[in-house]
Ligand binder design. Structure first.
Ligand code: ADP
Ligand code: ZN
Length: 742
């Protein structure tokens, strides 16, 4: 027997199959991890068996043999091996790297494995037990070995005990215990235990689905396909997922459910646990390595059939997948920021095809990218346009902050927001105050008239760089001088702008001294369960006001919240990113979704740009209208999905090396692509908007091309070109439609 093995080395020259002989005393199967001798020195390396055959293609007679297997079960399903092959081509990566995504990293090098514990078993019948007791006593009934006697009595009570548990009951008993084992009166064995044993959550009865829920679920279950489930906040999407997953389990299939971030969706996980039970695995990055391994193994060995997890759970070692569900599909956390830069959507499509599974993308605010696919019938659109139980989406009131400035109100609270908060507090209801802030969102705005500085060419806001004292477009590199007065109204109110959560917390405490205030943002949620704690506190009514970033906008369901305030919609509207209107609409709609989930609720949105279409359509809860307008803007400015950005960032400690690499890449590109160079929508190179991060100099090349039938070919050529370009003292990577252009 021969095995086809992929060696766990990330290098293009090793990125192929190596054949090894399987020695007679080794049993293995496709998907096993093995140790093999590799290279001239026969160094032991980890490898992955991706195929077995009775014949081998290798011609020489010195074929090497597998040294040993690293675990007695398959680490990969055949579906995963196929997936890795497809990812290799699509993301231009190596098979070994693609395979590494499919199991916990710490398994490599044996840094993590089964947690083994020793346990003691007493398997003597009554007679044998009496005899054993007697053997430990003198003829006149005095104990010869009191400790051993005590252990035997204890074991009689329990039957089976972990050694650690026995030690707790009878401290200092190890040597007596060993003596009993030696005499054959006790048996000691090694057992595998789980680090994070699943709490047996109380089982909960199923709801009767509403007509809308039933229609949605039945449509999706009627045929294998790719679906976009557009259901407004509070339409009861989770119940639909559970119904679908249940159906899969009934048919003997497994299911993958992706959520943007587990710690932000405790309710969804809890709900699945209560309703589906033991067959669930939970998989995400805040588990310890050991816990993650255990969850992974429960899936790989068929003990868990449903996984709920973050992005990486798309690689779960499940067989016979029936459905892949991506909840809140619009979230940017589904994009990986590490090489290979995959998105969960892309991988989910590949996997669904391989497994012949259905794919369900779901959101109250689908991404423009996914919605256009539904329009083009690549996805089938399934809609749940109404909230459950006849509840209405909350009223959204827009406050024009320019009026507040004119009135001399310099606080962050408009008159309306202030009085609404006061009233909610008086009625003993809860309030959520929301502030969006991503990185360095310092755009320049006139607080007198709301004028914002845009790049004339790119339809994105320009970013203020204090060290340069000027404005810069992160999409094309153009710069502008910071003006003294607003070109629109002539007043000297042109300032760079951005409010943070801390500032909101301070002012809230000052204006509402009797309110109990909680803050949820990156700073306050560093600990392992920090999210959950704040979430529980607020849910239990231990606070009146929750202040937070986009974190609090997600799937949380608080019944007592009657008011949601968006303190500065502009923060989100003017991020230098072509997606900022989309993100703003999405955020407003999601935060509005937090209000009035039991009784009618209200949303107050403060902005200097009350007429912006993203705000206007969010006020009307009109997704379709927003989408049409957004597509107009994108078409006119030739932004994605009508075009694609490719960005290469060059970094390194040596300034000259980085600059030279970037210049060489640029020059080489012009030559290699001379036939299509004039068709590019944009080709720009130079220092990155942020020239240095942590001592690393940064340069960039930015390319924009039309998204047409030539794109796939262009992308392929780009990969081939980058293969020929490697630099000393300078690393670079490619990003497609980057999330951030700093
Ligand atoms: P969405 O994700 O669409 O915003 P959820 O799935 O969170 O909505 O559902 C909102 C609430 O309604 C949840 O508390 C859920 O338990 C409850 N719910 C959902 N479907 C039903 C139903 N058919 N009957 C009763 N309650 C339901
Ligand atoms: Zn520009």
């Amino acid at each position: 027997m021969y095995a086809k093995v992929i060696i766990d080395i990330i290098h293009s020259e090793v990125d192929r199959v190596f054949e090894y002989k399987v020695p007679d005393d080794i049993t293995l199967d496709v998907g096993f991890r093995v140790h093999v001798p590799f290279g001239r020195a026969n160094t032991l390396r980890e490898g992955y068996v991706i195929g077995l055959s009775v014949k081998c293609d290798y011609q020489g007679d010195d074929i090497k043999s597998i040294t040993k297997v690293l675990s007695d079960f398959a680490a990969f399903t055949t579906g995963q091996i196929k997936l890795a092959g497809i990812m290799r081509r699509y993301y231009h990566t190596t098979l070994a790297l693609a395979l590494r995504l499919m199991f916990p990293a710490e398994m490599r090098g044996g840094r993590i494995g089964d947690k083994l514990e020793r346990e003691l078993v007493l398997s003597l019948d009554d007679e044998a037990f009496e005899q054993a007791m007697r053997s430990l006593m003198t003829a006149n009934g005095k104990p010869k070995a009191p400790k051993q006697l005590e252990i035997l009595k204890t074991m009689r009570q329990y039957g089976v005990l972990k050694t650690a548990a026995l030690e707790e009951l009878i401290p200092g008993s190890a040597s007596s215990r060993d003596a009993l084992v030696k005499k054959g009166l006790l048996e000691m064995r090694t057992v595998e235990t789980l680090r994070n044993p699943r709490k047996t959550a109380e089982r909960e009865e199923d709801f009767d689905l509403t007509e809308d829920q039933l229609n949605a679920a039945n449509t999706i279950l009627s045929a294998t396909g790719k679906y976009l489930l557009h259901g407004v906040t509070g339409s009861g999407k989770t119940e639909v997922y559970i119904h679908i997953v249940r159906d899969c389990l009934k048919r003997g299939k497994s299911a993958i459910v992706l959520v943007p971030e587990i710690s932000l969706t405790p309710q969804l996980v809890a709900m699945f646990e209560r309703r589906i039970g033991q067959e669930i695995a939970v998989y995400h990055s805040t588990l310890t390595a050991g816990e993650r391994y255990d969850e992974w193994k429960r899936m790989a060995t068929g003990h868990a059939k449903v996984v709920i997890g973050a992005r990486s759970a798309i690689f779960a070692p499940l067989k016979d997948i029936g459905v892949i569900i991506i909840d809140e599909e619009h979230e940017s956390s589904y994009k990986s920021d590490m090489h290979p830069k995959y998105t969960a959507h892309e991988v989910a499509r590949m996997r669904a095809n391989i497994e012949n599974a259905s794919l369900v993308l779901a959101s109250a605010t689908p991404s423009v990218e996914s919605y256009i696919k539904a329009k083009n019938n690549i996805y089938q659109l399934v809609q749940m346009p109404k909230r459950l139980f006849g509840l209405k989406l909350p009223d959204v009131e827009i406050v024009d902050m320019r009026d507040e400035v004119v009135r001399g109100n310099r606080t962050i609270f408009s008159g309306l927001l202030y009085s609404e908060i006061s009233q909610a507090l008086e009625n003993h209801r809860q309030v959520m105050l929301f502030i969006n802030r991503r990185g360095y969102s310092t755009f320049v705005m006139c607080r007198g008239c709301g004028y914002v500085e845009y790049c004339d060419r790119c339809e994105v806001t320009m970013t203020y760089h204090a060290n340069r004292g000027s404005l810069m477009c992160h999409y094309c590199g153009r710069t502008k001088r910071l003006r003294d007065v607003c070109p629109a109204c002539g007043k000297p109110y042109l300032k760079h702008y951005g409010i943070g959560t801390q500032q909101v917390e301070e002012q809230t405490k000052a204006r509402f001294p009797n309110a109990r205030v909680l803050r949820m943002d990156l700073d306050t949620t560093r600990g392992k369960d920090a999210h959950l704690k704040i979430y529980e506190q607020f849910k239990n009514g231990e606070a009146d006001i929750l202040i937070g970033t986009q974190m609090i906008a997600k799937g949380l369901d608080f019944a007592r919240v009657s008011l949601v305030g968006v303190v500065a919609a502009d923060n989100s509207l003017f991020i230098p990113d072509y997606r900022s209107p989309e993100k703003t609409f999405e955020l407003l709609e999601q935060v509005a979704g937090r209000a009035g989930r039991k009784d009618p609720g209200k949303v107050v949105v403060q902005t200097y740009s009350p007429d912006h279409y993203a705000i206007d359509f969010a006020k009307k809860h009109d997704f379709e209208g927003f989408f049409e307008e957004e597509m107009n803007v994108r078409r006119t400015a030739l932004l994605p999905p009508y075009s694609v950005f490719f960005r290469f960032v060059f970094t390194g400690k040596k300034e000259n090396a980085v600059r030279d690499a970037c210049l060489d890449f640029e020059k080489g590109f012009r030559e290699a692509f001379s036939d299509v160079f004039d068709n590019l929508l944009l080709f720009d190179y130079g220092e990155a908007p942020i020239k240095k991060i942590q001592g690393h100099t940064r340069w960039q090349v930015l390319i924009k091309v039309l998204n047409d039938s030539n794109l796939a070919q262009f992308r392929k050529r780009l990969y081939i070109y980058t293969d020929t370009k490697q630099y000393k003292d300078c690393a670079y990577g490619m990003e497609i439609n980057p999330q951030s252009m700093i």
